[in-house]
Design a protein. Sequence first.
Length: 209
Amino acid sequence: MTRCRLAVAALAWFAAATGTALAASDFDPTPLLPVSIEDADRTRLMNFEQTRRSAVDAVLGSNARYTADGIALEEILAGEPRPIANTRELVGSWRCRSAQLDDGSKANDGKGSVYAYPYFKCAISERGGKLFFAKVNGSQRVSGFLYRVSNTRFVFLGGNANGDDPPVAYGASPKSDAVAYLFKAGPRKLRLEMPQTCCSTLEILELVR
């Protein structure tokens, strides 16, 4: 577990307060978090933009784009990040579906692929003054806390669990840990984007209501 230097913290605070865009290699959200995170997860978050671009470009530049899953992905990707003025707009029940993207680097063939799931149920609630996200049904479930790091994004720190198994907190195990950015993509649409998961280059969970 590590913390960043005060100089980096000051820069990140300035960016969060002003909405200043930082380069992917410069934006380190960890100074803005009230908890420490693993170095590997910090790296995943810092490399998020590069990872996302690689995964999306690989899929949309391949034949996968024209499949049903590719069409679903383009629907999920619609909408640029918007400012989140009030956290209360995030709270409540949501319909959610995910798309798992592979940029082909693991297979070393450079061929993008995508698999889209149907809608399940998700919810965002307030717990102890913090926002808590949970996918509440399906065979694979993820849950954890959300922390604001800029005017357009939150960091998600949580854990993966199977079916009706008890929820798993972040830090329980590197195998179950999940990190992501949460964005608002429309008046009734959010995206939880998880880079470098165990099964994909990028997994995007779309929340709508």
